[in-house]
Ligand binder design. Structure first.
Ligand SMILES: [Zn+2]
Length: 255
């Protein structure tokens, strides 16, 4: 499936899927495909495992994917800028990571949880030390049930990206907004809240020295191209709220 919008009646390429050994994708996207096309697993004849990445894998979603494909799901945790790539092993108790590439520490976060700090050991041209990647989690250095002594990151909790729903039943993956806002470096942060009537409230915080009003038109134009079926409104981000909502960037109230 290409892009972020999953068409309601997409046609899988049966010839390609027949030979596929692995599936790699966002858990929410794989889950959405299964919801729209419950017979999707039947296209695979040589599938060994499913690798999920980029967002928090909800236990219910993992179960549903494993059950539908009758194959194990291995979740991946990675942050290219931090030089980290971690993956679950067969016992699924954390993410083993390559400590030669990344030195991982934790510090207490105001929420009471631990925040990961990454030091990229492979960034040889520009030191990148104790990078606050924005994810919460813990580190375990004891031997894993799989036999490996490689350290593990556990209790990851900061990567939820909800789906945005369209009235016709299709969905948009939250990473779409990353792409839109990434192209406007004047934006510091954003939060997306979809209301029960499908409309979207977009809260924007600009970097210092920039005014949201000056960018509203440009932003509306970019968003309208992607969200042509949905009404949306742009608001300035309310003052920082230190409650646990900090890590929920995208929220949908469509039932
Ligand atoms: Zn292990």
């Amino acid at each position: 499936v290409k892009g972020d919008i999953i068409e309601k009646n997409f046609t899988p390429d049966a010839g390609k899927l027949k030979k596929a050994v692995l599936i790699y994708g966002y858990p929410s996207s794989i889950y959405s495909i299964l919801k729209m096309k419950p017979d999707f697993p039947r296209y695979f004849e040589q599938l060994k495992a499913i690798f999920t990445t980029s967002e928090q894998l909800q236990p219910g979603v993992r179960q549903a994917i494993e059950k539908a494909f009758n194959r194990p799901v291995f979740d991946i945790y990675g942050a290219n800028d931090g030089g980290i790539l971690g993956c679950e092993c067969k016992v699924h108790q954390g993410y083993h990571f390559n400590f030669n590439h990344c030195y991982v520490e934790t510090i207490a976060h105001t929420s009471g949880m631990n925040e990961l700090l990454l030091t990229n050991m492979k960034s040889l041209t520009q030191p990148f030390i104790r990078y606050k990647v924005g994810d919460v989690g813990s580190i375990i250095n004891t031997q894993c049930g799989c036999g490996s002594f490689w350290p593990r990151i556990t209790e990851l909790q900061g990567r939820t990206r909800d789906m945005i729903y369209l009235p016709d039943g299709s969905t948009i993956h939250g990473s779409l907004f990353n792409k839109i806002f990434y192209s406007l470096p004047e934006i510091e942060s954003y939060r997306i809240i979809q209301q029960a009537d499908y409309s979207i409230h977009i809260f924007i915080r600009m970097n210092e020295g920039y005014k949201l009003n000056d960018y509203s038109l440009k932003l509306k134009d970019k968003l309208a191209k992607q969200l042509n079926m949905l009404n949306f409104e742009i608001f300035p981000m309310p003052p920082f709220d230190s409650s646990n909502s900090k890590f929920k960037i995208i929220e949908s109230h469509v039932v």
